[in-house]
Ligand binder design. Sequence first.
Ligand SMILES: Nc1ncnc2c1ncn2[C@@H]1O[C@H](COP(=O)(O)OP(=O)(O)OP(=O)(O)O)[C@@H](O)[C@H]1O
Ligand SMILES: [Mg+2]
Length: 382
Amino acid sequence: MDVSERFLQTALDGIHDCINIVDKNFQIIFVNEAASKRAGKNWRSLLGNTCYAQLWGKNAPCENCVTRKAFETGKPQQTIKWEIGNDGKKHFMEHFVFPIVEKDDTVEYTVEIFRDITERKLLEEEREQQRLELGKRIRELRHAYEELKSLQNQLLQAEKMASVGLLASSLAHELDTPLATISGYCELLAEGIDDNHLLGHVKTISEQVTKCQKTTRSLLDFSRKSNGERKWCNIHHLISSILSLVEHRLILHKIKLHTLFDNQLPLLFVDGNQIQQVILNLVNNAVDAQPQGGDIFIETRMNHATKSVELLFEDNGVGIPHENRKHIFSPFFTTKDPGKGTGLGLSICKNIIIAHDGRITLENRNGNGTKFVISLPVSEAP
Ligand SMILES: Nc1ncnc2c1ncn2[C@@H]1O[C@H](COP(=O)(O)OP(=O)(O)OP(=O)(O)O)[C@@H](O)[C@H]1O
Ligand SMILES: [Mg+2]
């Protein structure tokens, strides 16, 4: 080893990266201390031997060998490969190959540098893991925030509904007596009037007052919690008695009522008044949906599979357009002209049926019209 070679050897031995120089036959002609240490061999024994045999333990040049590529292309190469180190652990090695290009552009030797980048790689992986974790956390937080926002909206809505309820009950109490008084005086007035024209005016006042009473009472019902007074009831009696109240309305609107009752139905443990309120709401809606007259079908049947009594309400009316179907049970949703509907009917129905552990659903109807199905569980015991 001449002086310059010794200088080179000493200089490169001081570097932690593994460095070796190979010729075209992959024979090692120079190796620094770090490289011979990594191979676990004396540096002298490596010289003159092939790199693939001494450094990689193979008996032929490695597949995808970047050194060969550097010889072929005359261009520096770089790759990362992993190997099991002397410590038996997985090590990531960054492999650089620099061709030593002669004047005639041929490459006789390449300088190979291996750098152990395991720590950097692990750090990168850890950082990537942290980044993913952070991303996940951010997504979770965003989701929680969205949920919170929607809950807040629901809460606001609930608060609004509660204050509407309070307002409604006080309003109904305030208005009920004066409305009843006006209604009574209208009747008295009507008795004493012979002029048909004036009588018409009084009747209009009376009708409008009745409408106001209906609205305030339904608001009051909506805000009032069920007092939970339940009894064993015959559902057909409930239906028939409430229908008798609306008989005149059906005749007036040229609506024919068709009932199909299953007489084997068991008694239901329900709040009869509330169930009647549901029936009334559904019948009123069916009447409103058939301004030129039509038919209402009410059927009762037992569903043995779900152990429940089913009430079917169908009509031949205008039906409910697809885009309205998901809104009809929401409070204040109405398609009726201002003053004609409060939009509380179906939401009251739903509240009542849910309070009875039942279900009310809007079903598809063959042909025109609308079909609601109410299902009420048959109680074993009160
Ligand atoms: N049988 C039906 N046929 C067609 N549309 C219906 C029927 N029942 C309900 N709807 C639609 O659902 C809407 C909501 O009904 P809901 O009973 O809740 O309120 P409303 O009838 O408009 O007002 P209210 O019952 O308070 O007087 C109605 O405005 C109507 O558009
Ligand atoms: Mg209604």
